[in-house]
Structures are given as structure tokens and as C-alpha cells.
Design a protein around this ligand. Structure first.
Ligand code: ADP
Ligand code: SF4
Length: 682
């Protein structure tokens, strides 16, 4: 197929200073959880983006000095030539596919707790470190600033020698150059504090230093947090943010516009933002500079991308999450296959990986992070040696992905789903406030399956053990999902609660099945992900009174990992939720709960008219136990977890079926041992 001419503009080359991007698809710097610790995995992940057609591929943040260390989070470093040698291999792997490669030079300032290096943290002004705790940060004196400029220059030179095309000065996300810029973080009284020119002095100097050092061969990009979202007292879009670009507009070769401070604003989930949500911050920047501008906005629609360019919002289509969900997004548009894009759903499971300091994972793309370790490619899957017939039971995320990957390997697949529609848990969950885009997990797979000649799908087909035996497939895969527990067992109370048989308790499944909980609902959340908060939001919006009890100290506590917690709590508080923290259930009587304080054990009774338990889930696996033949359980049917884990389980099953187990162990990153200092010196 050939490209729709409507999208030609996306494939125009764009000069960035001394280099030229082959197209407008720009993978902005984003974390991968690989960093120095997993260099092979990081290199393969970035190279895959270039293979998929991204014209610019950038690394994650790259520390310029040991005083910028975010252990345990995975970052790159350019502290010495050995670091540069390693990064040269990443640059070469990206270049091999014709993309430009950018590197984000980074110093965290008061963001860097330096737990790994134990260096003292530096910042424009003395004060607390960003994280709760006893450690404070030291105000940089003029010698420190001079040293900092040297470190940055040295790192830029190493980046150039390693083969990078675009070198970033990183004044975003509340890191050091931005801390100087912010009138809140910078309380200096010298030439680096006070007026905007003074606060922007370091950014100007860094940009000039970098240009002077590497500007003949490399483009110099500035990533700027245009608004730190603290209103007029901080850097704001219409205040200092705009003035910085008016002041320094022509200095770098490219402006990468980000949002500051709180990361959840920059990679906002779909629950709280629509595609293109950063436009109000990026719009108008191009009027202030002749240099190309890039910004992100979870872009997955090529029409929206074209509109961004035509309306002059930006010159590139910046992307982190859409490039994770589909590393081949540009290639697919180029080949007229835009309906095959695996669209990001904005769930922020990728952000959770970062916040948990673990390798990148994605709900839509089970292969991300596995390019090197398991040799998985997002678009191709090796054909099976022996083609078999498979019966996949259950059309949720696990069953859909298993069917797709099995069929991709050439197997014959029959997918049976009890319900009238494919999607499993996605059908209910995407009906919750803000979660509509989650149905894309189903849509991408259902649409692909419909085009495959070796797949048959049966809806309204609840299968029993006899059906499975009668069907006679070579292999049976059970992807029958999970149900919410009724016994109150959850993350804190890890045993069944004492529940009076006459007490009426509801689970999310009951609400999704249409049961009316009445006008006054007490929710008990001992699961801590999105479900209790999202149901509370729906009920509040329906005009009901909602009380929420949880053993945690905040609403939907685990969503701190997806950068959503503060948004959720704010929204529910604004909607009038009555939340009680640090309380775990002890007993449920008819119309009354007995809860205890998780710290003191002090008991309290509360009446309820409807009690909704959001605690744990249990597998729907009766079929497995009824069956006296072999079957494989995958996804929630084996162990309830996230949608991302269900998709991953389905994909992995299909990849590994029929393969020699000895070949399946993932490769591991190994750091070679070196002599101890005493031995090395002797
Ligand atoms: P997962 O996340 O593991 O994919 P889901 O709960 O989303 O799990 O999906 C499980 C699907 O399996 C649901 O759509 C459900 O209707 C279907 N299902 C459960 N039991 C059967 C059965 N016996 N026959 C056919 N489909 C079933
Ligand atoms: Fe998008 Fe979710 Fe994948 Fe992140 S994990 S890239 S938000 S689909």
C-alpha cells in the first residue's frame, strides 16, 4: 500500500541547525528503565524506534556528573570516555536506520538524591531536597556554576564524539537549569538570581557553551518547561516561559516544549487529558522564534498530526508514549496502513514502570523492553515449525493477544467468547469516567483478527468442559479472566473478612451487571488501583453520596505509580467524596461495618445502605479444574493482574508455544567484574 498524500507533510525533511531530520516524527527523550544498568536493552529499544520510522530518536536523561544521580532510577551517564564508548553503540544502532539521534544531557539539582554516588546535592538555593527526608541541598557558589558549565561542556563533547546529532540543554521537569529559571526555586541575589535575565543566565551560558563546543556538527536543542503550573508566581506560559523564548529564541537550533514541575502534567493520562492536550502551552511559540519547535501530546491520529503542523503549532510530531505503544507508527502511516497503528491508550503503565524503577512495559505493546532480552520484534513473529489448531476460550486482552500472535505464527485459531462482544474486562472498564480509550486494546486486536484467514471467532459461546473435549483442538488456551472477590480479602487484609450471611455486599462486577447500589454507597478499597476511585467518580457524578474507606493513606494509592493519584484525589474531593484513610475492615454485619485504625487498632462502627467491596480478584478457572485434558491458563485466569500483564501473557504464550524451553531464558545484562582497587594498584 502507498501513503495517503494527505500525510505527505509528515514525511518532509526538516533541518535542525547543521543536521536534517528525515521526517517530522520526533521521539522526544523518555525514560525506559534501562539506563546504564541495561545498555543492551536500551540500545535495542531505541534502534527499534528508528527501524519503525521515527526520524529523530532521543535517549533518556543522561547525567553529566556524579552529583546528578537518581538511584534507583535508571539513567544514562556521560561522566567519562567509557560511558561515551557505550553510548556510541546506541547512536550507531539508531543511525543504521537513518534516524538522527539526540541525547538529553541532564543535571537534576535538588531532584538528585545522589543515593548511589553519595555526592552532595547542588541547587541554585539551599533548602530541602525534592524528596521527603533529612537531606538538604547546597546552594551553588560561582565556582560550582563554573564547574557545572565545564561538566556540561565536557559531556557535550563526548556526546559529539559518540556520534550524537542533537545535544540537549535540559531545562525541563524541574531539573537544575530550570531550577535556576524558576523564581520559586531560585532565591539567589547574585548575577544568577532576581531578574529574568539573571535567572536565565545559566541557560543562556549552557546553550552558548554547547553551541561553541559542538555546534558545527551537532544541533543544540533546549528542552524548556514552559510552565511550572504554580500560577503567576512561577514560570508560566504567558509570563516567564514566553519571555525566555523571546530572550533566547534564536540561540538553540530547536525548542522542545515541555511542562514543568510535576511529571504527571507532562505525561498526563487519558483519564485526565485528550490527544493534543499540550497545545495550549505550545501554541504561539513558533511566533517567537524562527527555530523548529517540538512538543508532545499523545498523538496517534495522523490527521491530528497534520493539523498540528498546518496550524503552525509545531514543526515535528513529538512523541514518547505513542512511540512506545507503536514503534512502527511512522512506518505504518508511510505505507498507508494507519488503521494498523497500535494506539496508545494513555493508561500510564509505562510511567508506572519508571516510577517503580523497573524496565519499561506497555499495555498495548507487549514487546517493548524485550527487543534484546527475548529478541521480540513488535511487528514480526517467527512462523511456527509445527502448525497446530488452537481453541482460545475468552476474548479479553489475554485471549485476544494470544489469538493474534498464534495466528501470526501460522497456527489455526478458534476464539470463543461467552459474551456478545469481544473485549472481556475492557468492555466494563472503558465505560468508567475517562477510560474510554482503553477499548483500543480490544479494537486493535479485533480489527487485525478480522483480517486473518486462519482465525474464526464465535461470540455468545460460553464453553463447558464437554465442549472443549468435543472440539478436539490440538491445544486449548483458557483466557477466561477473573471476578472480584466477595470475601473482602485484599492487599492489607489478606484473609477473608467476617461477613454476616445477611449482609448485602456488592462487587464491581455487580455494578457492571447493572445492579443499582442505591443513593448512598460505602466503598471499601483494599485494591488501590483505579477501580474504586473510578467507580466512586461515576457514582458521585450520578448524584449519589459516596463514602470511601481504605487502609491506605490516600485514594487509589497505587495510581501514584501512573502519575494519576493527585489528579484522582483532587477530582473526587471536588466531587464531594467523604474519604476515611488508614481504616481496614474487620467485620461486616447487616447494614453496618466494623473497621479498625491500621495504626492503633481502635474500632469504629459505621452504618451503610450499600457496601461495595473493591479488594482482590480471583481467577475464573472452573473450566480448567473440570477439564481432564491439558489446557493452558493465561492472563487473569491464571493470576489476576493488570491489562498490560494479560496482554503480555497472551503474547508470551504464543511466542513460546512449541519452542525448546532451553532456548527461552531471557538474556541478562552482565557487568564484567574488575580487579579490586588494592589488586589493581599492586
Ligand atoms: P483477561 O484480562 O485475562 O483477558 P478478561 O476478564 O478481560 O480476562 O476476559 C475474559 C473473557 O473470557 C471474558 O470476556 C469472558 O466473557 C470470557 N469467558 C469466561 N468464561 C468463558 C467460557 N467458559 N467460555 C467462553 N468465554 C468465557
Ligand atoms: Fe500508552 Fe499505556 Fe503503553 Fe504507556 S503503557 S505507552 S500510556 S498504552
Amino acid at each position: 500500500m502507498s501513503r495517503n498524500s494527505r500525510y505527505d507533510i509528515l514525511f518532509e525533511p526538516v533541518p535542525i541547525g547543521p543536521v536534517t531530520a528525515p521526517n517530522r516524527f520526533y521521539q522526544t527523550p523518555h525514560a525506559t528503565g534501562m539506563g546504564n544498568a541495561r545498555p543492551n536493552a536500551g540500545r535495542a529499544l531505541r534502534a527499534m524506534k528508528a527501524e519503525g520510522g521515527w526520524g529523530v530518536v532521543c535517549t533518556e536523561y543522561c547525567s553529566i556528573h556524579p552529583s546528578s544521580d537518581e538511584t534507583p532510577y535508571a539513567f544514562l551517564s556521560l561522566w567519562d570516555d567509557a560511558d561515551a564508548d557505550q553510548l556510541a553503540q546506541t547512536a550507531a544502532a539508531i543511525h543504521a536506520h537513518g534516524a538522527l539521534v539526540g541525547i538529553e544531557l541532564w543535571h537534576g539539582g535538588y531532584h538528585s538524591n545522589n543515593r548511589g554516588t553519595r555526592e552532595i546535592a547542588l541547587a541554585p538555593s539551599a533548602g530541602s531536597s525534592k524528596y521527603f527526608g533529612p537531606n538538604q541541598v547546597r546552594a551553588m557558589d560561582l565556582d560550582d556554576i563554573a564547574a557545572f558549565r565545564r561538566w556540561h561542556r565536557d559531556a557535550a563533547l563526548r556526546a559529539r564524539d559518540a556520534g550524537f546529532d542533537i545535544v540537549y540543554v535540559y531545562a525541563g521537569h524541574d531539573y537544575l537549569p530550570f531550577q535556576f529559571l524558576s523564581p520559586l526555586a531560585n532565591q539567589r541575589r547574585d548575577a544568577y538570581g532576581g531578574s529574568l535575565e539573571n535567572r536565565a543566565r545559566l541557560l543562556r551560558e549552557l546553550t552558548e557553551d554547547t553551541r561553541e563546543a559542538v555546534g558545527e556538527s551537532c544541533a543544540v536543542a533546549v528542552r524548556l518547561a514552559i510552565d511550572e503550573l504554580h500560577g503567576e508566581s512561577g514560570v508560566s506560559r504567558d509570563g516567564d516561559g514566553r519571555r525566555v523564548i523571546e530572550y533566547l529564541g534564536e540561540l538553540p537550533d530547536l525548542w522542545d516544549i515541555a511542562l514543568g514541575g510535576f511529571l504527571g502534567n507532562d505525561s498526563c493520562s487519558s483519564r485526565f487529558s485528550a490527544e493534543g492536550f499540550q497545545e495550549r502551552f505550545a501554541a504561539g511559540i513558533k511566533d517567537l522564534t524562527s527555530k523548529p519547535v517540538v512538543s508532545v501530546g499523545r498523538f496517534t491520529s495522523p490527521d491530528t498530526m497534520v493539523a498540528q503542523i498546518r496550524r503552525g503549532v509545531q514543526d515535528f510530531i513529538g512523541a514518547a508514549r505513542p512511540s512506545i505503544a507503536d514503534p512502527f507508527l511512522p512506518r505504518k502511516i508511510d505505507q498507508g496502513r494507519e488503521d494498523e497503528i497500535r494506539e496508545c491508550i494513555g493508561c500510564n503503565i509505562c510511567r508506572a514502570a519508571n516510577n517503580e524503577a523497573s524496565p519499561l512495559r506497555c499495555t498495548q505493546n507487549p514487546t517493548i523492553g524485550e527487543e534484546w532480552r527475548r529478541g521480540w520484534h513488535p511487528e514480526t513473529i517467527p512462523p511456527a515449525r509445527d502448525r497446530r489448531s488452537f481453541l482460545v476460550v475468552g476474548g479479553g486482552p489475554a485471549g485476544l493477544e494470544a489469538s493474534l500472535a498464534l495466528a501470526g505464527r501460522g497456527h489455526r485459531v478458534t476464539l470463543a467468547e461467552a459474551g456478545a462482544e469481544l473485549g472481556g474486562r475492557l468492555l466494563a472498564e472503558s465505560s468508567l469516567p475517562g477510560l474510554a480509550q482503553w477499548i483500543r486494546v480490544r479494537d486493535y486486536r479485533a480489527q487485525r483478527l478480522a483480517q486473518m484467514g486462519n482465525v474464526e471467532i464465535y461470540l455468545d459461546s460460553e464453553l463447558g468442559a464437554a465442549d472443549l473435549r468435543e472440539f478436539g483442538a490440538d491445544a486449548v488456551v483458557l483466557a477466561t479472566g477473573s471476578r472480584w472477590r466477595r470475601d473482602g480479602q485484599g492487599a492489607t487484609v489478606r484473609w477473608p473478612l467476617a461477613i454476616d450471611p445477611d449482609a448485602r455486599v456488592l462487587t464491581p462486577d455487580d455494578l457492571f451487571a447493572g445492579q443499582d447500589p442505591g443513593g448512598d454507597v460505602l466503598i471499601y478499597d483494599d485494591e488501590h488501583y483505579f477501580m474504586a476511585g473510578a467507580l466512586a467518580e461515576r457514582l458521585l457524578r450520578d448524584g449519589r453520596r459516596v463514602r470511601l474507606f481504605t487502609p491506605a493513606t490516600m485514594i487509589s494509592a497505587w495510581t501514584e505509580m501512573t502519575d494519576e493519584q493527585a489528579f484522582i484525589q483532587r477530582r473526587l474531593l471536588e466531587l464531594g467524596i467523604d474519604a476515611r484513610f488508614g481504616r481496614q475492615l474487620k467485620r461486616i454485619d447487616p447494614g453496618r461495618i466494623v473497621s479498625e485504625c491500621v495504626y492503633t487498632g481502635a474500632e469504629q462502627c459505621d452504618d451503610f445502605s450499600s457496601l461495595l467491596l473493591v479488594t482482590g480478584r480471583e481467577p475464573v478457572d472452573a473450566l480448567f479444574h473440570d477439564l481432564d485434558a491439558a489446557a493452558t491458563r493465561i492472563g487473569d485466569c491464571l493470576v489476576p493482574s493488570s491489562i498490560a500483564d494479560a496482554v503480555y501473557a497472551g503474547h508470551r504464550f504464543a511466542r513460546e508455544f512449541g519452542e525448546d524451553p532451553a532456548t527461552l531464558a531471557p538474556r541478562r545484562e552482565r557487568v564484567p567484574l574488575q580487579p579490586a582497587i588494592a589488586e589493581a594498584g599492586s
